[in-house]
Design a protein around this ligand. Structure first.
Ligand code: ATP
Ligand code: MG
Length: 250
């Protein structure tokens, strides 16, 4: 299977703190890859590397055959337009309606007319089950609806790669199920690839084609759900079982 993106021996520091080291990861095209790991392990950082918001200190981040570090500033908007990003905190603009929020990437990155944008925004809101709330303000939405509005904004430009950062954290099991199904459905609809950072193992087991676990700066386990659940690595097992007993320093 082809990779749409890879991290190759990436090292990344913030000051003298090493966040990623010898970090290599394949993102398979047409699949859902879930990224797991402890809080602060560097999961969001990997998503930011994949869409060019962050640069590695060493190693390479390659997306669709292009080394992201070689992109010029004026090439970045076009590069980012082809990658959807549903942020960890929904990050909608409070002063804009939900529909206006979803329209933002189209206004910024395309030359579409107002009418074309309105039509596409409506269709995209519909695809996440939010066709009724385009005119509402973000403050009037529930947590689950906000997440879906964030998904709509992430996919409205039809990206073939969508990054989701903790799409279900802090939401009830039913909304979690709906959001998980929405990610699966959107991936199919876009005929694309998704990378999902999540702590929600049930949701991961339901949607992941591949799971990668990051620990102390590197990917220590990678495979299908079945392979990772059957991992012989005690760190992986301790993490999946949520046990306080084991090799992971607390
Ligand atoms: N801009 C920054 N400057 C300094 N340190 C940072 C910066 N961004 C992230 N970090 C640090 O890098 C580490 C990895 O952060 P990251 O947000 O990628 O973790 P994460 O795995 O997404 O965690 P969580 O599960 O809590 O969201 C953390 O220790 C964090 O404090
Ligand atoms: Mg994070």
């Amino acid at each position: 299977m082809k990779n749409i993106a890879t991290l190759e021996d990436v090292e990344l520091r913030f000051g003298d703190k090493i966040i990623l080291r010898n970090c290599s990861l394949d993102i398979r095209e047409g699949a859902i890859t879930c990224l797991i790991g402890l809080s602060g392990a560097g999961k969001s950082t990997i998503l930011r590397l994949l869409n060019g918001l962050q640069r590695p200190d060493k190693g390479r981040v390659v997306v669709r055959g292009v080394d992201v570090s070689t992109l010029r500033p004026r090439q970045l908007p076009e590069f980012r337009r082809q990658i959807g990003f549903a942020f960890q905190f929904a990050a909608l603009f409070d002063s804009l309606t939900v529909g206006e929020n979803v329209a933002m990437p189209l206004r910024e990155h395309t030359k579409m007319s107002k009418a074309e944008i309105a039509k596409l925004v409506h269709a995209t809101l519909e695809s996440v089950g939010l066709e009724q709330v385009g005119d509402r303000m973000p403050s009037e939405l529930s947590g689950g609806m906000l997440k879906r509005a964030g998904f709509a904004r992430a996919v409205v430009t039809n990206p073939d790669l969508v990054l989701y950062d903790e799409p279900t954290t802090g939401l009830d099991p039913i909304i979690t199920h709906v959001l998980t199904e929405t990610i699966v459905r959107l991936r199919r609809k876009l005929n694309g690839t998704a990378v999902v950072v999540s702590h929600d193992l049930e949701s991961i087991y339901a949607m992941a084609d591949y799971v990668a676990m990051i620990f102390e700066g590197a990917i220590i386990e990678y495979g299908t759900v079945e392979q990772v659940r059957g991992s012989a690595n005690p760190i992986v097992q301790q993490f999946l079982q949520g046990s306080e007993v084991g090799p992971i320093p607390l």
